[in-house]
Design a protein around this ligand. Structure first.
Ligand SMILES: [Zn+2]
Length: 580
């Protein structure tokens, strides 16, 4: 568990998020279903366009009149007619007899399941009808119709109507959740989240897909927390829902705290300005201080930050990230790194070698013989031996201003001698930067020896460390070279910041991230490779099952989906990567 970067300035950045998936409309299902042919002489599609006749056929029961009103796309007539239908007839709306009878009247474009036509035609007025029939909500297809904003009604209006009808919880309750929700539904839920006006509603939408929002501290002795309020929840949701795979966020199986003060790295409770991921409990702590409009600006040194050392263009393809949004992507990256071979890959790919002795490590940046040879002739009256200077510098880059002094030397003398006589050594250059509070990991030419980088790192227990110089040369942010796990988290955040282009990542890293991107959730919050094969119609191209039939050729899958909900949920869960 490592503390992350505190916001260093208020740059007033604006979080940039991808537009949500356009919602997907209904797919027409040819009626009648089940091979029931219209009776001879039954109205054709054209005849049904003249509903007044059909609705007034002598002897037609009230349910038939109601179904005809739907066929005529007459919501007002449907509403008034429904009030006249007897309770037993209402309950029979989905009976095979009613469906067969209604089917004769249905032109193409209405649904084989009458309830879906009720939703489509009557829009929010469908909800009382659904309650009357016991259909609110007993099929995922109905849930999806409304999630897809049936009737062109926006999410805010649907949300209000569901709550007014008292079926908002029932609607979410029938919707697949967490790993089974699917990425397509997460994208469609985004406008619902944005429409939420209460903490309770925002929390319900959030927790439909993601782990728990926890109002109480997971470690009260070290962390004080605030309760998650509606705006905090939206801020947490948005970068996840618009950028990250559902399965990845579910690696944070312990849930989310919103921290205000910490006493883990500070001796007394101190205002929290950074987030962290705790792999022991699979939790993320987000800093409440950055849950403000603009996400506390872009003045950080993570990917997408103004101080990252890799300036983002600020375009859609290469956006800046606020401190809040960057922290979200980064911390989920830790979750993914800990639940896959991501962290191991980071270690191996960079050939990171930490825990070196100060003596061995410092020789890579300080040549005792060359330094000694460069002393003036005659030598100074009091000479600080090269090896002693080197060990002092090694100590002082770790703890600037506090490194152990050579015996018999005061700090001003040491610093003056080194500055006067050993300035040509790389370690002196690194030390000079550290004296001015340059972060330990911001390596430059002073840290290079051959094809490796030599730095002192506080994170990950690395301390005196070397790694491949290519890692420094191809960094995606300064913070990415602060440890192996930070390197993975930053590569991950950069990959999703850039819409999975992985700009700036080397080829092997991009390949690794592409592989991880396709992984599925496991029951324990881990990630595993997706099945080698998926059934036709359930892959990305045939994503109509979860996508509501957006794709060409998806109609057959949709038809099947509406009849066998459980099976569809299983398919959706298995192929969560579809559609984007
Ligand atoms: Zn981190």
């Amino acid at each position: 568990m490592e503390r992350e970067q505190r916001q260093s300035q208020d740059a007033g950045g604006t979080p940039t998020v991808a537009a949500p998936d356009p919602s997907v409309g209904h797919t027409a299902v040819p009626a009648p279903a089940g091979g029931t042919a219209p009776p001879s002489g039954a109205p054709t599609a054209q005849a049904a366009a003249a509903p007044a006749n059909a609705a007034t056929v002598p002897g037609a029961d009230k349910l038939d009149e109601f179904l005809n009103a739907l066929a005529a796309n007459d919501a007002a007539l449907g509403k008034t007619t429904w009030a006249t239908v007897s309770g037993s007839m209402k309950a029979s709306i989905r009976s095979s007899a009613a469906v067969a009878k209604a089917g004769g009247h249905y032109p193409g474009g209405l649904k084989a399941d009458p309830i879906e036509s009720v939703i489509d035609v009557m829009k929010t007025d469908a909800l009382p009808v659904m309650k009357d029939t016991g259909a609110a909500f007993d099929k995922v297809a109905y849930v999806d119709d409304i999630l897809n904003l049936a009737g062109g009604v926006d999410a805010a209006t649907w949300l209000g109507a569901l709550k007014t009808a008292g079926v908002f919880d029932a609607w979410l309750g029938k919707m697949p959740s967490h790993a089974a929700l699917t990425d397509a539904r997460v994208h469609k839920l985004d406008p619902w989240m944005q429409a939420a006006t209460t903490t309770a509603d925002a929390r319900k939408v959030f927790e439909q897909g993601y782990p728990k929002l926890k109002d109480t501290s997971y470690t009260p002795a070290g962390l004080k927390t605030a309760k998650w309020e509606v705006d905090d929840i939206k801020r947490l949701w948005t970068p996840m829902a618009t950028r990250l795979p559902l399965a990845h966020v579910n690696t944070i199986s312990g849930g989310f705290n919103l921290g205000t003060d910490e006493k883990i790295w500070s001796s007394t409770f101190t205002a929290l300005g950074f987030g962290w991921h705790d792999p022991s409990v699979n939790m993320i702590v987000m800093p409440k201080a950055s849950s403000i409009a603009g996400g506390n600006g872009t003045g950080h040194d993570m990917t997408g930050g103004d101080n990252s050392g890799v300036v983002a263009a600020g375009t859609a393809a290469d956006p800046k990230l606020s401190h809040w949004d960057g922290t979200v992507l980064h911390e989920v990256g830790h979750g993914v790194g800990s639940k896959t071979d991501g962290n191991t890959f980071a270690q191996t790919h960079g050939d990171w070698k930490g825990g070196q002795t100060a003596d061995a490590w410092s020789k890579n940046l300080f040549d005792d013989a060359a330094a000694t040879a460069a002393l003036p002739t005659p030598p100074p009256k009091k000479v600080l031996a090269a090896a002693s200077a080197r060990l002092f510098l090694a100590a002082d880059v770790a703890t600037p201003g506090s490194g152990a002094l050579p015996a018999g030397w005061a700090r001003p003398e040491v610093e003056a001698f080194i500055t006067a006589h050993y300035a040509a050594q790389k370690l002196t250059g690194y030390w000079a930067k550290r004296k001015t509070n340059t972060p330990e990991y911001q390596a430059d030419a002073n840290n290079f020896n051959g094809d490796r980088t030599y730095v002192w790192l506080s994170r990950g227990g690395l301390n005196y460390t070397s790694y491949k110089k290519d890692i420094t040369d191809n960094k995606v942010s300064w913070y990415s070279i602060s440890s192996t796990v930070e390197w993975f988290a930053e590569q991950y955040a950069n990959y999703y910041r850039t819409g999975k282009t992985g700009a700036g990542a080397d080829a092997a890293t991009k390949t690794k991230l592409e592989s991880i991107d396709k992984m599925d959730s496991t029951a324990t919050g881990g990630l595993s490779a997706p099945p080698a094969t998926v059934s036709p119609g359930a892959d990305g191209k045939g994503g109509g099952a979860a996508g509501g039939g957006a794709t060409a050729g998806g109609a057959a899958a949709v038809g099947a989906a509406h009849e066998v909900d459980t099976s569809v949920a299983a398919i959706r869960a298995r192929v969560h990567r579809m559609n984007f």
